[in-house]
Design a protein around this ligand. Structure first.
Ligand code: ZN
Length: 276
């Protein structure tokens, strides 16, 4: 779609975007041609999916193999009490279509695995990771680097959140493994069920994640690539630290040892270690 093809309704729907010189009709048309993959339809994935749908992203893919549970609803705002028991991807798709019937939702009611990750990631322009466990986070990070896709990654725990963008495939920019070389030992980081999470914190981080994804697609503003945003909700403080490429990185360094996803084939079933 080009800017010339907008209908009257589309011009009204996206009027507040089109007014922005940084977006305009051309930027809005670019959003409508874009494909974004959202990993996890939970606390982070809910606001990400809803804001991407509202913004007029043409196609949003959702990956999640879980069903809606009563205990999700304190933070997972794409779902509803009436949809308890429904697959999360179907529930979130319903909320997205109610908000914007024009968005094409591709619901992948499956777990991301070493066998399907590269195909899924390659089918989209950009990936937002809102998964709730380290096994999936490392799999997404490796798949995005190998497939040459930009990754906007966010995580939350208790009252804290962090966010960064990884574009290591471009060269000279850090990847997720430059920040975290390997998953922490099982049990070291408490699970969401053990540690808890303040619901609105996932909303803030997911909304930041959607904002950064839209910025990357539009090519506007300053990228979060090379920077890590840290937010402490109790202290009400945001902080940004510099991230640099690690020359010893096993994924993106000059002596990289990770060239495919085979190392993920043996990893055990993921446990919930970074709650979303
Ligand atoms: Zn790296």
């Amino acid at each position: 779609m080009t800017a010339m093809d907008f209908t009257e309704d589309q011009i009204r729907r996206y009027a507040r975007h089109i007014l922005l010189p940084e977006v305009g009709a051309e930027g809005q048309a670019r959003l409508s041609r874009s494909r974004v993959l959202v990993i996890g339809a939970g606390g982070l994935g809910s606001p990400v999916a809803l804001y991407l749908a509202a913004a007029g992203i043409g196609t949003v893919g959702l990956v999640d193999d879980d069903v809606v549970d009563l205990s999700n609803l304190q933070r997972q705002i794409a779902h509803a009490t009436a949809r308890i028991g429904m697959p999360k991807v179907a529930s979130a798709a319903e909320a997205m279509r109610a908000l914007n019937p024009e968005v094409r939702v591709e619901a992948h009611a499956t777990r991301l695995t070493a066998a399907n990750a590269l195909d899924l990631v390659s089918a989209y322009d950009l990936v937002c990771d809102g998964s709730d466990n380290f096994a999936t986070r490392f799999l997404v990070a490796d798949a995005c680097h190998l497939a040459g896709r930009t990754l906007v990654s966010a995580a939350v725990l208790r009252f804290e959140g962090q966010l960064s963008t990884f574009r290591s495939h471009r060269g000279g920019e850090p990847c997720y493994r430059c920040l975290h070389p390997a998953p922490p030992p099982e049990g070291l980081v408490p699970s969401c069920a053990e540690a808890g999470v303040f619901g609105a914190v996932t909303g803030v981080l997911g909304t930041l994640q959607a904002t950064e994804a839209l910025k990357e697609i539009l090519g506007i503003g300053e990228s979060m690539s090379g920077r890590l945003l840290l937010w402490d909700a109790l202290a009400a403080r945001f902080r940004t630290v510099r991230l640099r490429p690690d020359p010893a990185c096993a994924l993106c360094g000059p002596a990289a040892t990770i060239h495919d996803l085979s190392a993920h084939e043996t990893s055990a079933s993921p446990t919930c270690t970074v709650p979303a």
